[in-house]
Design a protein around this ligand. Structure first.
Ligand code: NAD
Length: 337
């Protein structure tokens, strides 16, 4: 079981066929104890009841996460019930759309609250519990809309909120790493769920399908399998994000790869490390393990400049393996990308 003993919270589990409900089922089958929640009265409870009939260790609560007090209560009650939190999966969001020319301030604010604020409302009170876990994972659901411009439907507010989720995730990853908290964002393309079935028209479906390398909408389970990986110790070397749309299908243009050559578990036991590799103002990788304060973690993923036409990401360690000392004249400590 890939998540045996993990104490997991998932938001937005109340729609059967949605990503949250799919994740709750898969996580629980992988051995996690999972508490869900949903805005719709009784919906998270109903999802959980169906799963409990299969002997799974799950429950659900009705909560409106746009209310910070209610979100905090759900987090604290859940942490007390599970004895802590190892994984927080921020899946819930309520989108609204309008072409930018017609977008009202009311809609803008409502979307930012319903898609971005809700993640602050859960993650802020959960942070101390995640720290105590010592090997925690935050999974945030962003969207392809936060990665590139999509015209149909009118997505400016939605895109801004999801772009905010991506930026927030990167910072949580950076601030959480010393305490063993990883943070990754999943940015799906079109996923077939009851929510999307209700409002996706032909124009958006065609636009989205033309972005997908795999020419079908994703399913809740497609996302849940990825989330299981990000929640599990299999991904203990994966934190922060990069857009993988150049590397793989935009259907799951996740975040990913990372950061720390010492997994979060090792950072718990060692001193806080100075990132051994960093980017100098001239776009070079600077290796502080040989020229600066000592550290024990390789830390950054660097993207080559666009001029190369090749956006593959290189980790410092790869560069060190591929380019032995002396391969670049004049220095073994500074490698130009
Ligand atoms: N479906 C897609 O094509 C698609 C694409 C990209 C990103 N996403 C994102 O994936 C996530 C899941 O969406 P989905 O369409 O897969 O369906 P889902 O069923 O997982 O939907 C989200 C659930 O969250 C609940 N919810 C919404 N606001 C809430 C609140 N304030 N408090 C508590 N619960 C709340 C809803 O009632 C719903 O049950 C969302 O963050 C969405 O923005 C979806």
């Amino acid at each position: 079981m890939r998540l045996a003993g993990k104490r997991v919270l998932i938001t937005g589990t109340g729609t059967i066929g949605g990503q949250g409900a799919a994740a709750q089922a898969l996580f629980a089958r992988e051995g996690a104890r999972v508490i869900g929640c949903d805005l719709k009265e009784g919906a998270a409870e109903e999802t959980a009841e169906q799963l409990r009939a299969d002997g799974l260790d799950v429950s659900g609560t009705t909560v409106d996460l746009t209310d910070p007090g209610a979100a905090e209560k759900w987090i604290e009650d859940s942490a007390a019930s599970l004895g802590g939190i190892d994984v927080l999966y921020n899946n819930a969001a309520k989108a609204r759309f309008a072409p930018f020319a017609e977008m009202t301030l009311e809609l803008w604010r409502d979307v930012i609250q319903g898609e971005l604020d809700v993640i602050f409302h859960t993650t802020s009170p959960a942070w101390r519990h995640l720290k105590q876990s010592g090997g925690a994972s935050i999974i945030n659901t962003a969207s392809m809309s936060g990665v590139r411009g999509i015209s149909p439907l009118g997505q400016a507010a939605h895109a801004a909120a999801k772009g905010g989720v991506i930026a927030l995730t990167k910072t949580l990853a950076a601030e959480g790493a010393p305490d063993g908290i990883r943070a990754n964002a999943i940015s799906p393309g079109l996923v077939k769920t009851p929510s999307t079935d209700a409002f996706i028209g032909d124009e958006l479906r065609t636009f989205q399908m033309n972005m997908h390398l795999i020419r079908r909408p994703g399913l809740g389970d497609d996302i849940a399998y990825l989330a299981v990986y990000l929640a599990s110790d299999e991904s203990s070397w994966v934190t922060s994000r990069f857009s993988a749309r150049w590397v793989t299908t935009p259907t799951t243009s996740i975040a990913w790869i990372a950061g720390a050559s010492g997994a979060p578990s090792s950072t718990r036991h060692g001193p806080r490390a100075t990132p051994p590799c960093s980017r100098t103002p001239r776009g070079r990788l600077h290796d502080s393990r040989t020229s600066g304060p000592t550290g024990h973690r390789a830390h950054l993923v660097q993207r080559p400049r666009p001029r190369s036409g090749n956006r593959l990401l290189l980790r410092c360690a790869w560069v060190r393996v591929l380019l032995p000392a002396g391969a670049i004249p004049g220095s073994r400590r500074h490698l130009v990308l």
